[in-house]
Design a protein around this ligand. Structure first.
Ligand code: DP6
Length: 358
């Protein structure tokens, strides 16, 4: 019987606290600014991908949530697969580290998300991270997560950060070929295990303007983005990394909320403007602002930090000791009404979970 070449990997979503929004190279997916995120360590928000290579396969094929998805030539998916085959050749086969030459075989890939796709919950991030991780496992590649992040990045920018657990920076790099635009871990989850994320699903509809087209329009039309890239993000990256290393929640929270606000401001500064948040999103912001104000007035510090991606759903970062109170607060202010405030998805331990391969 001939051997079976198959591997499964799963990767969690990550939620940025310094947002990636804008590309300087759309083909290689090189960003206009560095970004930083927290990888959510939970079973609920993951992509799980199985890849199989076989000499009998006539072409590369992909099934997403059980449905076949065409792999268009030149697409991001095709790029990721061919880059992984190239890496296999480069680091394994050309060095005669293993036989046979399975980089020449076609692959069949099946991927599942256990949460709504494209609802502003970063499904492309976990999806491409899991794809690259499963192919790395299939090809037995002895390479670091940062090296794999270079390839996941070409699937979807934010995916490069899901190759690590904990607190992760995507360094924008300066090389035109993108060799230094990769993810690095700022701190593992165990460094600050009290950090939690509460995800409030305001709507699980597919979003109106995709991140890819939205951010390109912002690059082309927003003067505010140029200010953000040059004067705001570099300093915030430094300060929030330091805050994470020092477990300084006040600074972490202030920067996280300010950066979410500025990301939505550049979306609004785009021509035509893009609106990702809705009335419920804005009401949650008002609630968190008031909650923090009361805590500070009583001599405490910040207790919660909201952030929103390209959709209306809120992600609230808070320390474990406060997360239950915040969840109760949200549920009491936003009783569940169909079509309105959909669900408080649950409590999510933030970091941990380096991509699981099994
Ligand atoms: C708002 O990574 O989905 O979530 O690179 O075009 O696939 P592409 O975009 P994508 O954009 C994510 C944007 C964001 C911010 C972030 O995750 O940093």
């Amino acid at each position: 019987m001939s051997p079976v070449y198959q591997a499964t990997a799963s990767a969690p979503v990550n939620i940025a606290v310094i947002k990636y929004w804008g590309k300087r190279d759309t083909k290689l997916i090189l960003p206009t600014n560095s970004s930083l995120s927290v990888t959510l360590d939970q079973d609920h928000l993951r992509s799980t991908t199985t890849s199989r290579a076989d000499a009998s396969f006539e072409r590369d094929q992909l099934w997403l949530n059980g449905k076949e998805d065409e792999i268009k030539p030149g697409s991001r998916l095709a790029t990721c697969i061919s880059e992984m085959k190239r890496l296999r050749k480069e680091v394994v086969e050309d060095k005669n580290l293993a036989e046979p030459k399975i980089s020449q075989y076609n692959v069949h890939i099946a991927s599942y998300n256990n949460f709504p796709t494209a609802a502003g919950l970063a499904s492309s991030a976990s999806g491409f991270a899991a794809l690259v991780a499963s192919l790395a496992h299939l090809y037995a590649l002895p390479v670091s997560p940062s090296t794999l992040s270079l390839i996941a990045r070409q699937g979807s920018g934010s995916a490069c950060r899901s190759l690590f657990g904990g607190f992760v920076a995507w360094q924008m790099g300066s090389d035109a070929a993108g060799t230094d635009s990769l993810a690095v871990q700022v701190a593992p989850q165990e460094h600050w295990p009290q950090m939690q994320a509460l995800i409030c699903v305001v709507s699980d509809d597919k979003k109106g303007t995709s991140s890819t087209s939205g951010m390109q329009r912002t690059v082309e039309t927003s003067p505010l983005l140029q200010h953000r890239i040059k004067y705001v993000v570099p300093e915030r990256m430094e300060r929030i990394s330091k805050a994470i290393l020092e477990r300084d929640f006040d600074t972490f929270a202030t920067i996280t909320m300010a950066d979410s606000n500025q990301f939505h401001a550049v979306a609004l500064d785009t021509e035509p403007p893009i609106f990702y948040m809705n009335d419920v999103s804005r009401a949650i912001i008002a609630l968190i602002v008031e909650y923090n104000r009361l805590s500070i007035a009583n001599g405490g510090g910040y207790k919660a930090a909201y952030t929103y991606d390209a959709g209306p759903n809120a992600v609230i970062y808070a320390l474990e000791e406060n997360i239950k109170e915040i969840a109760q607060l949200i549920v009491s202010y936003f009783p569940q009404k169909p079509g309105e405030f959909k669900d408080v998805l649950g409590l999510f331990g933030a970091g941990a979970a380096d991509v699981n391969v099994h």
